[in-house]
Design a binder for this molecule. Structure first.
Ligand code: COA
Length: 325
């Protein structure tokens, strides 16, 4: 038996913040944001909603689609960089809210590549014989770590969650996962405050160290190269060629990065899944939500090969070929 996606579902908060809304907060314009990023609007979770709450909403839909109950789940992994708390893990909160059994629960932190990292971990644990059905969630409340006075970053991010149930499939499933990282570039994208390097103090808060810091321009160049390289490596691992790919499901950081990646892979426009205009960059949740939306779209059929590819803070990167089961 192979391991495949047997259920999927996503959740995004109701509140929509448009580029026009942002024009009232920082010195920006709908025109700048649209042309430079492709983003038109993003979703904002209310103050009382944490990442586990969004993850649970997505998970319930994924379980329903799989025809399973929380009792059938053997493992929960949440990919996130905006956990409910430093500890316990957000996966533990999800388990409690779902009333799942006392199964293994943990988080994966790999920024925007987190969902692909989590897929690899879950696939490995299932195929080692340890577990049968795993719930893998990519969920973020990035607006909680966004500096709403910094126009370089606040226009980019949004909140949401995507969940898949992985389990045994007769044919297809996750054919390959390729992962990589380069910690020497951590200064390009990080949140410096609150950890053991700079524990939270009045000083760190006054300096805004609890917000995302990003060197967008430098990241951009790495993003295009690493997304394309990762895609090729995942294809090679799966023994496939780019002509075998039906749809590319890229991390949604910037539409210019997405189109440049598509060009490098020589794929047609209609093969590229894009939802950045609706949600912005949701980090670990971006690929998860995009995968769920594409699996629910009419164009995607059993036997199609989907190529997920992501890149993010760390730096981290990864790609996965999934044959729709
Ligand atoms: N509205 C208006 N102007 C803005 C702006 C905004 N929201 N944000 C930045 N600018 C300005 C800058 O201040 C700069 O002005 P200057 O030339 O007077 O200094 C100008 O626009 C160009 O800034 P630059 O950073 O060079 O723009 P860019 O074309 O590189 O686009 C990003 C910026 C962030 C959209 C782009 O670099 C990007 O998407 N990078 C990758 C980010 C990423 O992938 N992050 C997550 C990784 S998962």
């Amino acid at each position: 038996m192979d391991t495949g996606v047997i259920g999927w579902g996503f959740y995004v908060p109701d509140e929509v913040r448009t580029n026009k809304d942002l024009e009232k907060i920082v010195d920006t314009s709908d025109e700048w944001i649209t042309t430079r990023t492709g983003i038109k609007e993003r979703r904002i979770a209310p103050p009382e909603m944490a990442v586990s709450d969004m993850g649970v909403k997505a998970a319930k839909k994924a379980l329903k689609k799989a025809g399973l109950t929380p009792f059938d789940i053997d493992l929960i992994i949440v990919a996130t960089i905006t956990p409910d708390m430093f500890f316990p893990s957000t996966a533990c909160f999800v388990q409690a809210k779902l009333k799942a059994r006392n199964i293994a629960c943990f988080d994966v932190s790999a920024a925007c590549s987190g969902f692909i990292y989590a897929l690899k971990v879950a696939k490995g644990l299932i195929e080692s014989g340890s577990y049968r059905n795993a719930l893998v969630i990519g969920a973020e409340k990035l607006t909680a770590i966004t500096d709403w006075q910094d126009r370089n970053t606040c226009v980019l991010f949004g909140d949401g969650a995507g969940a898949v149930v992985l389990g045994p499939v007769k044919k297809g499933g996750i054919k390959s996962v390729y992962l990589g990282a380069d910690g020497s570039k951590s200064e390009l994208l990080n949140m410096p405050g609150g950890g053991s390097r700079n524990p939270a103090t009045h000083e760190t808060v006054n300096q805004g160290m609890h917000y995302v810091k990003m060197k967008g321009n430098e990241l951009f160049k790495f993003a295009v190269r690493l997304m394309a390289e990762s895609a090729y490596k995942a294809l090679r691992k799966a023994g496939l060629d780019k002509t075998d790919i039906k749809y590319l499901i890229p991390h949604q950081a910037n539409s210019r990065i997405i189109w440049a990646t598509a060009r490098k892979l020589d794929l047609e426009k209609k093969q590229i899944f894009v939802n950045i205009h609706k949600y912005g960059n949701m980090s670990s949740a971006s690929c998860a939500v995009a995968l769920c939306e594409s699996l629910s779209s009419k164009g995607v059929k059993k036997g199609d090969n989907l190529l997920l590819v992501a890149f993010g803070g760390g730096l981290t990167w990864g790609a996965s070929v999934i044959e729709v089961s």
